[in-house]
Write a protein that binds this ligand. Structure first.
Ligand code: NAD
Length: 509
């Protein structure tokens, strides 16, 4: 998620940078790594399985760390700790909880470079992206800390004569959290901040591929929270995530991940009727009308389509452009995308696009490109994997994409933008909405009537006008349709992690 639309300066061409992919320095010392253990009840906790999961550096395709392979028993121990810690944590005042969140934000700030280097090694993301993740994590915590002290609700009032009604927003209890690999630290904090602010305790399972920053976060804030308030259990989704979804003492399970994982979590949670909060995939259309500022569109897509190597649920990855300006826009896109600086994070500040997160995900994106090519879809720039080691795909713009093409319908989650054309406003809206997802979209026009009408008719949880992928902590983030339900960020997230109780006092004499 980018907090700005500024494009980092790029002066070197793609072909030059391909040669530089392997020129990076290691970003970590062995002592920077967290222990391969869970974090339960305020302390390190060895995996009951005695087994470990290898962690791969996607820039070079080599194992550089391990994490514990968690079991259902490990989850049970963490839930017991979170349950024991809950009554004391919820009874603290909003100010006390807010103070704790501010201290966590401070501590993240003190460890910002370490967290950024850890994240970049684990995910391959450029240092600029990791640093932005850290900065945003801090702001997410500070927003939640402020917001929980300024709660609003229906007015206390005698809605029935002689009976005073009061609304209480109560914590839910223990919350289970499951996070993905694309923004490991940021997605963890997007949950941790509102969940703790609202007075819940939690057990979080990071992606088995990218658990290090979440473990490190738990380690560095261990002295700032009472034992058991924040617990981390690492491991696989169908084991650890599944147990979080079924555990009888968990009140809500919140997942950020794919549609398939969302369905698995919702189905498992249904057995105990626990609440579910789902932030799932996306396929963000960028709807460009003939009157749009095409230079601005191309510069914005350079960021929104390729930030974090396009591994962003809100990425602007599906351009729908009016046929009269399609050629002009494609020319500008090719120019912009051709200047993206590709490489491993260790090369330094100039890198803008890193590798994909894993060999499996690399094959997933490559498969899309191969099938698009077989279907006669042309790459105006990129379109292929780069020589290894590491899981690099060239930033790509696919053109001549017919309506309904797989590459424009399914979430690819890579550095690939597709371009389709339309002729009428009605068609643009219909085509933008014809995907299973409903997370984020943008409309580009100078026409005020159109910007309001089209934004209203697009079925996405966020719609930008003349911008894309600009996120504010004060505003909600979440999807419609196949992108799930529930909201991250803003006061809506804090509300999602509370329950509403009506208390009515009979004061009639
Ligand atoms: P994923 O679904 O493969 O994994 C996400 C998490 O779910 C991991 O921790 C995984 O171990 C766990 N998991 C897998 N199967 C599970 C199961 N049966 N029960 C419980 N947990 C299970 O997703 P990913 O590949 O890590 O992340 C990419 C996906 O996340 C993309 O689809 C992307 O759009 C989505 N995403 C959405 C948002 C958003 O805000 N909507 C943000 C970031 C990523």
């Amino acid at each position: 998620m980018s907090s700005t639309v500024n494009t980092p300066s790029a002066t070197v061409s793609q072909s030059v940078l391909r040669a530089a992919i392997r020129g990076g320095q290691p970003l970590l010392e062995i002592t920077d790594l967290p222990q391969p253990q869970h974090f339960i009840n305020g302390t390190l906790h060895p995996a009951s399985s005695g087994k470990f999961i290898d962690v791969v550096d996607p820039s070079v395709g080599e194992v550089f760390a391990q994490v514990a392979e968690g079991t259902a028993e490990d989850v049970d121990a963490a839930v017991a700790a979170a349950s024991a810690a809950q009554p004391a944590w919820r009874s603290r005042t909003p100010k006390d909880r807010a103070d704790a969140l501010h201290r966590i934000a401070d501590r993240i700030g003190e460890n910002a470079e370490l967290l950024a280097r850890l994240e970049s090694t684990d995910t391959g993301k450029p240092l600029a992206v990791s640093r932005d993740d850290v900065t945003q994590s801090i702001d997410t915590l500070r927003f939640a800390a402020g917001a929980v002290r300024a709660g609003t609700t229906a007015a206390a009032e005698d809605y029935v004569e002689g009976h005073l009604s009061v609304i209480r927003r109560e914590p839910l209890g223990v919350v289970g959290v499951v996070t993905p690999w694309n923004y490991p630290l940021l997605m963890a904090v997007w949950k941790i901040a509102p969940i703790l602010a609202a007075g819940n305790t939690l057990v979080i399972k990071p992606s088995e591929q990218t658990s290090l920053s979440t473990l490190k976060l738990a380690e560095i804030v261990a002295d700032l929270l009472p034992a058991g308030v924040l617990n981390v259990v690492t491991g696989y989704g169908p084991v650890v995530g599944q147990r979080l979804s079924t555990h009888p003492d968990i009140a809500l399970v919140a997942l950020t991940g794919s549609v398939a994982s969302g369905k698995a979590v919702a189905a498992a949670a249904a057995v105990s009727l626990k609440r579910v909060h789902l932030e799932l995939g996306g396929k963000g259309p960028v709807v460009v009308f003939a009157d749009a500022d095409l230079a601005q569109v191309a510069a914005a897509v350079r960021v929104a389509g390729f930030w974090n190597s396009g591994q962003d649920c809100g990425a602007g990855c599906r351009v729908l452009v009016h046929e009269s300006v399609a050629e002009d826009l494609v020319r500008r896109l090719v120019q912009e995308v051709g200047t993206l600086v590709i490489g491993e994070p260790g090369i330094g500040e100039t890198v803008e696009v890193g590798p994909l997160v894993s060999a499996a995900h690399f094959e997933h994106v490559k498969g899309f490109l191969d099938r698009a090519s077989t279907a006669g879809i042309r790459a105006a720039v990129g379109g292929e994997a780069l020589p290894g080691p590491g899981y690099f795909i060239a930033p790509t713009v696919l053109v001549d994409v017919p309506a309904g093409a797989e590459c424009a319908q399914q979430e690819m989650f890579g550095p690939v933008v597709t371009v389709e054309t339309f002729s009428e406003e009605e068609e643009a809206v219909r085509r933008a909405n014809e995907v299973q997802y409903g997370l984020a979209a943008s409309v580009w026009t100078e026409n005020a009537r159109r910007s309001h009408d089209v934004a209203e008719r697009l079925e996405f949880g966020t719609v930008w006008v003349n911008a894309h992928l600009v996120v504010a902590n004060e505003m909600p983030w979440g999807g419609f349709k196949g992108s799930g339900y529930g909201r991250d960020l803003s006061i809506y997230a804090i509300e999602d992690f509370t329950r509403t109780k009506h208390v009515m006092h009979n004061h009639s004499r």
